[in-house]
Design a protein around this ligand. Sequence first.
Ligand SMILES: [Zn+2]
Length: 379
Amino acid sequence: MPLETVKLTASFKLDGLISESLFSTYREVLGRLLDYAWAKGITSFNRLKAEKYHELRAEYPRLPSHYIYTACQMACSIYRSFRKLRRKGKAKAEKPTFKKQVIMLDDHLLSLDLEGWEASIATGEGRITLKLLHGTYHEKFKGMKVGQAWLVKTCGGFYLKVVFSKTVEVLGSNGVAVGVDINENNVAFGSMERVRNIKTGERVVRTAYFLKRRKLQSKPRLNENPLLAKYSGRERRRVEDIYHKVANQIVTAAKEAKASVIVLEKLKNIREKKKRIKAMNGRLNRWSFRRLQNIIEYKARLSGLMVFYLNAKDTSSLCPTCGEKLSPNGYRRMRCLRCGMEEDRDIIAVKNLLQRYQTNVGASTVHPESPPMTGGGKA
Ligand SMILES: [Zn+2]
């Protein structure tokens, strides 16, 4: 079976402080490298390192040497993207600058212990160990390979971003697909033979928190109430939890159906969808929809399944059997006046999505040599 590397970025909040001097020293070093790369037109990490490392090492003797390496890497990539923008005429500045509070780490500067949820980071004052604040969502990174990492300072604290990777066996396309139709309070998914329509309960959670928020906001003085932030955090976690459970069910269904592909709706046509999703509090939006798709996508890819996004225009209004325009026939049900087919509209949407996949992509992906679809899964 062909192998594919799935990459996922994890974000951990760090419980503790990192000295301001590490950030300011790093910014200084990076600025120097960036100026030099720009002046000499250097985009190669090896060349930049060869020409500047010893000088900077002598000037910053307390800074662990690998910070100079990673600053060289960052300087090269910042300069490369600056040059690209410049060529397109999109960069206004004469030379590239970097003002963010970001430090790139490598495996000498960072070691992670996901069993004890700790990160050990090399600093000018020796190694420091910080607790990683984590949730159930971080569990899946255990046993995965640690790649590049960044320390980020925000007004809310210090974060560690880590790219994890895992090699998975790609099942290889067999033309069997499972389609997914996402709605405000239910998700329909399955194959042509069997489509399940499950209630997610998302609306109940959203409504409850919407009402709580409105109650707080109606008292003008309490507008800045910390309860508001607490509620939205809780709401997000509860909705995330729902999404993870739904995504697991979808991946399990795909495995049961021996499918090699999961077909999702392409988001560009969200307007179509928006008519169906009544955004009752303005929070069930593109973000939620896309978030659920993201979770489905990375879980699918970790299981060796491919993911396809297809235009879902009219998928719930045309007959999957004969293509005729459907008429509403009671609550969420549709009926075809030409062939008599009658079905739940969400199930129809899944079937149409699958048919569209078969017509547009399915036939051409049965060849075993066709490459698996790739794309950065962000967790
Ligand atoms: Zn029909």
